[in-house]
Design a protein around this ligand. Structure first.
Ligand SMILES: C[S@@+](CC[C@H](N)C(=O)[O-])C[C@H]1O[C@@H](n2cnc3c(N)ncnc32)[C@H](O)[C@@H]1O
Length: 282
């Protein structure tokens, strides 16, 4: 792309038309993203470890009642959750399509002696293992999939569970996604960051589409030396509470709980995500 393509862009992007997601699975982007997962300076890609430890305590003590379980983590990133769950005696499998995250997670597990099965692949395509007692997805990624993909992932997640097994999803509030789409346009420059190893400008704009209840965020990355432009786009699907419930019921889950009051799960301030738990009906 060239700068003229930015000027001539469609002002109101169609959901998912300009790309599925930020390129988590690109080797260079994923190498840079790994630093964002591991930093203790912010909670953007993964939560800081103090928060992860709170999450693990709730999952292990409350959700799983300390019973040894077999867990599948969909979008496990660098394995911050699975390594802690394996250390508590659970059998763990993680799937993610970020090559750097999976390489890091495998090495960490190997070095620490944890028997964790990490699989590199796209959640929409890979086969899921069977006979799990918990399938989880933490930190809102389900909203980035088209509804049809989310339904298919959840249907297969249900198929991976034993009867009575549970799904744990951390999803975005409807208003969080609507609010993301009202942030307008902004820009910054950087000598090197997630978006590139060399100096560049990042132009960001977001758009809420009330007809589809989606927010699309576009990033135009302009290389400072050549002026070459890359574009990434990410669309978030908003769901009301009844729509989340319907999505889970359609996938084969019942006893659905929407949980917004886990002490210490979310940092202080307005809460943007919440937990959904469903049980596989036999
Ligand atoms: C926000 S991060 C959360 C990572 C991890 N759950 C955590 O909280 O530390 C989202 C993760 O989902 C992964 N992801 C996104 N889309 C994916 C897809 N289609 N297939 C596999 N992994 C995907 C990304 O690579 C990334 O590791």
């Amino acid at each position: 792309m060239r700068i003229a393509d930015i000027v001539n862009r469609c002002p109101e992007p169609l959901p998912w038309a300009e790309g599925d997601n930020i390129p988590w699975n690109d080797p260079d982007f994923s190498r840079r993203m790994l630093d964002e997962h591991l930093t203790q300076g912010h909670d953007a890609a993964s939560r800081r470890l103090a928060l992860v430890d709170h999450h693990i305590a709730w999952i292990h003590d409350v959700l799983l009642d300390e019973r040894p379980s077999s867990i599948l983590d969909l979008g496990c990133g660098p394995g911050l959750y699975l390594e802690r769950l394996a250390a508590r005696g659970h059998t763990c499998t993680g799937v993610d399509y970020s090559p750097a995250s999976i390489a890091y997670a495998r090495k960490k597990a190997g070095d620490s002696g944890w028997d964790i099965d990490y699989r590199e692949g796209d959640l929409r395509e890979v086969e899921y293992p069977r006979d799990r007692t918990l399938v989880m997805q933490i930190f809102g990624e389900m909203n980035v999939f088209r509804r049809s993909d989310a339904a298919s992932i959840l249907g297969r997640a249900c198929g991976a569970l034993v009867p009575g097994g549970r799904v744990l999803l951390e999803v975005h509030e409807y208003d969080t996604i609507k609010g993301l789409g009202s942030e307008g346009a902004s820009w910054f420059s950087s000598p090197s960051d997630l978006f590139g190893d060399d100096p560049h400008l990042v132009l960001t704009e977001s758009h809420w589409d009330s007809k589809t209840a989606t927010t699309t965020i576009r990033y135009h990355i302009i290389d400072a030396a050549s002026g070459a432009v890359d574009r990434y786009a990410q669309t978030f699907q908003a769901y009301t509470d009844p729509e989340y419930t319907a999505l889970l019921v359609e996938a084969g889950f019942g006893n659905i709980r929407l949980i917004r009051d886990v002490p210490g799960w979310w940092p202080p301030g307005p809460r943007q995500l919440f937990l959904l738990v469903g049980e596989k009906m036999s």
